[in-house]
Design a protein around this ligand. Structure first.
Ligand code: G6P
Length: 610
C-alpha cells in the first residue's frame, strides 16, 4: 500500500514532501525516503528505516551538517513492506544502476522475479530485495532518451499493480507518473504541481485534483500537467470532486486518534443518517437507483475486508430478516478465488472506509463483469470504489486516522440499516408497525451510542485491568452478537496484540472450548433477545472450565458475571451499541500494554495490494 507524494514547482520541495508523507503515513510506516533534483540538476536521495520521524531526523542532521536537502522537485515515499524486510536499502525511492531513473512505487510487480533474473543475467547489479527496483532497472534498460516513450514501452512488461512516481535524471524539475490498479492522483497548486496516492496529502495545497485512470500516465512540470493514455496519446481531464469535508485531523486533547474517533461516533452516525432518514422517512438518494425493480433482486452479497466484512456480516442477517432475500457476506479476497453464481439479479454491496482496498475494488469489478448491480458504502469521496460502483452511499465519518476503525465501522452499520429497511419497504416485506418501530429505533441510535459511551468507559477500564495481561481471549455470541464479537476480537488483537478469537457461541463446544483454561478470558455478547438464553448457557459451559467471563447484555434479567448493561434498543440495531465497550476495552488494553495504538505494527489503514 505505501504512500506516494511528489512535487515540482517554485517552493522548496522537502517540507512539502515531508508534510505530505505525514498525511500518508497511515498507509505504511516501516521506512520512508525522498529523492530530489538539486539546484544543480543532480539527483539526491535520503532514506531511513522506521517511522517518518526517523527520516525527518536525517533531514535535520543533514541540514545541520550544512548539506541541506535543497531542490524544488522531488518524490517522497512511506513504505509498507511487501518484498524485502523493512530496512534503509529496501526503502524507496529506488534507483537504476546508472542512476538514470529514481522511482517510488505502490503495489506489487508480480513478475519481478523473472524480470530480475533476466536483468541479473545481463549483468545488472540490484541493491535491494524489492519488487520495485526491477521497474527502475527496466526503465534504464529500455531507455530511449525520451522518458515518456520509455515509460510507455516499459509498462506492458510489468504484471501486477502499480502507482509509480518517476524522476528521469536528464529532465530536472519534471515528474512522471503512471498507474495500474493502485490509486494515483495529480494536482495543480498555486506554486506548482503534485502527485499523491491519496487526496489527504494534496488537500492542504489545492482542490484542483485529477484522478489517473488505469493505464494512464502523466508528466508534471512546475507549469502544468500533461496526461497520456497507454498509447502515448495526450488526453484531456476534468478535476474530481475531492472529499470536500476532509480537513487535516487534529488529536486535540486526546492521547490518540482512536480514542477521539470513538467519541466522534454519535455525531458521525447522526450525520450519516441525516440525509437517509428525514422525519422517519427513508430516502436513499442516489442509492435508490440500485433498488429499482426491487422484486428482481434474488440475492444480496456484502463484500469487504477486515471490519468492513464484519459490517457485511451484520448486513447479511438484516437483509435476510427484513427483505427475505438470500444474502451472504463474503471476504472480498475470497470472493475472487472461485466462481460465484452471480448475475443481474444479484445486488452486491461493497463496504469500504477508504474506497481503495485492492481486494474490495477487484471484487467490485468482478461483480460488475458478471452483470450484478453494485452499490458501495464508502467514506472517501472520489475514491476508486465510489467512482466505479453503479451507485454509492457515503458514510459521513469524516477523516479517520487511527488504523483500527471505529467511527467508520459505526457509520457503515448505520447505512446498512437504512439500506435494508428501504429495500424491505420497497419489496413490501416489511411495513406498518414493524417498519415504524425500526425507524424509531434508528432515529434514537445516535443518542443511545452517546449514552453507551458515557456509561461504558469505567467498566471497560475495569475489564481491561483484568484482561490486559492475558495472551489469549475469546469472544462469543450468536447471530448479530457473533458479528459484533468478530469486530470486538479484531479490535483487541489489532491494537493490543492479544490473540483474540471470535466464535459463534454454539460452535465453541465443537473445538475451541478445549483451549479454555483456568482464567482464560471469554467475552460474551448477549444482546439479541431471541438467543441470549442459549448464549448464556454457552457462557456457563466456559465458566465450568475455568474461563473468566466478561459479559455484555441489554437484558436486565440476565445477571451475568462482570456484566456491562447496555441500553435496550431495537433488537436488529444492537451491534451498534455492543461494539462500543469492546472498542474501549481494546483501547484500554493497548494503553496498558503500551502499544502504539494509532499505528499498530505491520498494519496499514488503506491496503492497496491484493
Ligand atoms: C485494513 C485495515 C482494517 C480495515 C480493512 C478494510 O486491513 O487495517 O482496519 O477494516 O483494511 O479497509 P476499508 O478501507 O476497505 O474499509
Amino acid at each position: 500500500m505505501c504512500g506516494i507524494i511528489g512535487y515540482t514547482g517554485l517552493e522548496e520541495a522537502t517540507p512539502i514532501l515531508l508534510d505530505g508523507l505525514e498525511q500518508l503515513e497511515y498507509r505504511g510506516y516501516d521506512s520512508a525516503g525522498l529523492a530530489l533534483f538539486t539546484p544543480g540538476g543532480s539527483l539526491q536521495r535520503l532514506r531511513a528505516k522506521g517511522r517518518l520521524s526517523a527520516l525527518r531526523d536525517r533531514v535535520r542532521e543533514q541540514a545541520e551538517s550544512g548539506a541541506d536537502l535543497r531542490g524544488t522537485a522531488g518524490l517522497g515515499h512511506t513504505r509498507w513492506a511487501t518484498h524485502g524486510e523493512p530496512s534503509e536499502r529496501n526503502a524507496h525511492p529506488h534507483r537504476s544502476a546508472n542512476g538514470l531513473y529514481s522511482i517510488v512505487h505502490n503495489g506489487i510487480i508480480e513478475n519481478f522475479e523473472a524480470l530480475r533474473a533476466e536483468m541479473e543475467a545481463e549483468g545488472v547489479a540490484f541493491t535491494s530485495e524489492t519488487d520495485t527496483e526491477v521497474v527502475a532497472q527496466l526503465l534504464e534498460k529500455l531507455d530511449t532518451g525520451d522518458a515518456r516513450e520509455t515509460l510507455r514501452r516499459t509498462l506492458p512488461h510489468l504484471e501486477g499493480s502499480f502507482a509509480l512516481g518517476i524522476l528521469y535524471h536528464s529532465e530536472p524539475g519534471v515528474l512522471y507518473c503512471a498507474r495500474r490498479q493502485s490509486p494515483l492522483l495529480v494536482a495543480r497548486s498555486q506554486s506548482g504541481t503534485l502527485l499523491a496516492s491519496d487526496a489527504a496529502a494534496l488537500l492542504p495545497h489545492t482542490r484542483s485534483i485529477f484522478r489517473l485512470e488505469d493505464g494512464e500516465m502523466a508528466r508534471l512540470t512546475a507549469e502544468g500537467i500533461t496526461f497520456f493514455d497507454g498509447k502515448g496519446n495526450e488526453t484531456a481531464k476534468s478535476p474530481i470532486e475531492a472529499a470536500r469535508h476532509v480537513t487535516a485531523a487534529e488529536k486535540g486533547a486526546y492521547a490518540h486518534f482512536m480514542r477521539k474517533e470513538i467519541d466522534e461516533q454519535p455525531e458521525a452516525v447522526r450525520r450519516t443518517l441525516e440525509p437517509l432518514l428525514r422525519s422517519r422517512q427513508l430516502q436513499l438518494g442516489e442509492g435508490e437507483r440500485a433498488l429499482h425493480d426491487p422484486g428482481d433482486i434474488h440475492r444480496m452479497i456484502f463484500l469487504g475486508c477486515g471490519s468492513a466484512w464484519h459490517v457485511g456480516c451484520v448486513g447479511r442477517i438484516i437483509a435476510e430478516e427484513l427483505c427475505g432475500i438470500p444474502a451472504s457476506a463474503e471476504l472480498a479476497s475470497e470472493f475472487r478465488a472461485q466462481k460465484s453464481a452471480i448475475n443481474s439479479h444479484t445486488l452486491c454491496v461493497i463496504v469500504s472506509q477508504s474506497g481503495e482496498t485492492a481486494d474490495s475494488l477487484m471484487a467490485l469489478r468482478l461483480a460488475a463483469e458478471c452483470g450484478a448491480r453494485t452499490l458501495s458504502i464508502v467514506n472517501v469521496e472520489g475514491s476508486s470504489i465510489a467512482e466505479e460502483s453503479d451507485c454509492v452511499l457515503f458514510t459521513k465519518a469524516g477523516l479517520e486516522v487511527a488504523v483500527a476503525t471505529t467511527k467508520a465501522y459505526s457509520t457503515q452499520l448505520a447505512v446498512i440499516y437504512a439500506l435494508c429497511a428501504r429495500l424491505a419497504q420497497l419489496r413490501g416485506t416489511w411495513s406498518g408497525d414493524s417498519l415504524a418501530a425500526f425507524l424509531h429505533g434508528l432515529t434514537a441510535l445516535p443518542d443511545q451510542i452517546e449514552e453507551t459511551l458515557r456509561t461504558c468507559e469505567a467498566p471497560a477500564i475495569a475489564w481491561a485491568q483484568e484482561l490486559a495481561a492475558n495472551e489469549h481471549a475469546y469472544f462469543i455470541g450468536r447471530s448479530l452478537d457473533h458479528a459484533a464479537a468478530l469486530e470486538g476480537s479484531l479490535k483487541l488483537k489489532e491494537i493490543s496484540y492479544i490473540h483474540a478469537e471470535a466464535y459463534a457461541a454454539g460452535e465453541l463446544k465443537h473445538g475451541t472450548i478445549s483451549l479454555l483454561e483456568s482464567g482464560t478470558p471469554v467475552v460474551g455478547v448477549c444482546c439479541r433477545q431471541s438467543v441470549t438464553a442459549k448464549t448464556k448457557n454457552n457462557l456457563e459451559e466456559c465458566a465450568a472450565r475455568g474461563a473468566k467471563l466478561f459479559c455484555l447484555t441489554n437484558d436486565t434479567a440476565l445477571r451475568l458475571p462482570r456484566q456491562i448493561l447496555l441500553p435496550r434498543c431495537h433488537t436488529l440495531l444492537a451491534t451498534s451499541l455492543s461494539v462500543l465497550p469492546m472498542q474501549l476495552l481494546a483501547y484500554k488494553c493497548a494503553e496498558l500494554r503500551k502499544c502504539d495504538i494509532d499505528k499498530p505494527r505491520s498494519l496499514a489503514k488503506s491496503v492497496t495490494v491484493e
